[in-house]
Design a binder for this molecule. Structure first.
Ligand code: SF4
Length: 327
């Protein structure tokens, strides 16, 4: 075993797994690290590392990520994906973890020229600058084509043992995956909600109304979403899982549920305190998604575990709901 230790940034995509396995094969101790945000959960990274025989460490960086997302220095990709700034932030956070874990350098799975925005030479350099630890970054799959950094200059790594993958083709990765007996998974990446246009439409609404925080970003994943006015949003669960998550994430916001029949759970997200008219409007939307309810029916509302207030309302028409529906 080599005496030098590396932190591997792992997304769950094939390239990040291959770069970790490659360094491990060269005899380095590798600590795979995943950064969780409301937009990227560790589910895929956990199963990919597990399949590769690696043990994943997960760190939540949601607050730092949201701050960066509000003003990314290098802007956005096709949707709300600030890939250059995201990579820079992840390297910065990984460097903090490197100090804690006694590691010597950082590795990641970028392949030169693979993706339009984040893996061109100029953007790889931008990431290096943003990270604040440019001299400690090694990209094992393409490092032969990249400028030398400290681990090479100091002789911790022999550059000849690193690879020269280049371009958008996947053949060499797939070949390497087979050598590592990982032939069943060939996904190049994916899984980030900031690249999904439907999710980003809802996210834009939070930006537009200055309501973006970790809880609101998490809640965008569940149920139907309605923009009622500048101060208020409404969520209505579509599935049982939505209802469970809405209840779990409700905090101090107001929940609604039909009084006499089973139906969805609603959640009012308000910047202040909703008025009675706003609650009645929310209740009439909730009722519209409650099949078993009468055209006019009763809805209970209140804080979590204390839904002790009532509103008697009529179901809102589909036509009228179009004015509020976000997705
Ligand atoms: S796709 Fe998402 S997780 Fe990946 S670099 Fe871009 S913003 Fe970050």
């Amino acid at each position: 075993m080599n005496k030098y230790k590396a932190i591997a940034l792992v997304s769950g995509g094939l390239d990040s797994i291959l770069s970790a396995l490659w360094m491990q094969k060269l005899g380095y101790e590798v600590i795979p690290l995943f950064f969780e945000t409301p937009f990227f959960t560790p589910k895929k990274a956990k199963s990919a590392t597990c399949a590769a025989g690696l043990t994943l460490t997960v760190q939540n960086i949601s607050e730092d990520f949201l701050q960066m997302l509000k003003h990314p220095r290098y802007g956005f990709g096709k949707n709300f994906n600030p890939c250059v700034d995201c990579h820079g932030l992840m390297f910065r956070k990984a460097a903090e973890f490197m100090a804690e874990s006694g590691a010597d350098f950082l590795i990641s799975g970028e392949v030169l020229g693979q993706r339009r925005m984040s893996q061109r030479m100029d953007t790889l350099n931008a990431v290096r600058k943003l990270s604040g630890v440019a001299e400690l970054i090694i990209r094992p799959l393409s490092q032969k084509l990249l400028p030398d950094t400290k681990p090479i200059v100091e002789g911790w790594i022999d550059k000849n043992n690193l690879l020269d993958f280049n371009g958008r083709g996947r053949k060499r990765q797939i070949q390497l995956a087979k050598e590592f007996k990982l032939s069943t998974f060939v996904s190049p990446g994916g899984g980030c909600l900031l690249t999904e246009s439907n999710y980003c439409k809802k996210l834009k609404d939070l930006f537009d109304y200055d309501q973006l925080d970790v809880r609101q970003a998490d809640l965008l994943k569940y149920g139907r979403q309605f923009r009622i006015n500048g101060n208020m949003k409404l969520l209505v669960g579509k599935t049982e899982q939505d209802n469970e998550m809405i209840e779990k994430l409700a905090a101090n916001y107001i929940l609604l549920t039909p009084e006499y029949v089973t139906g969805p759970l609603g959640l009012i997200l308000h910047k202040g305190k909703p008025s009675e008219d706003e609650i009645r409007l929310a209740a009439s939307i909730l009722l519209a998604y409650t099949n078993k309810a009468e055209t006019e029916d009763s809805v209970l509302y209140g804080k979590k575990n204390n839904l002790n207030l009532k509103a008697q309302v009529c179901k809102m028409s589909l036509e009228k709901m179009k004015n509020y529906h976000l997705n």
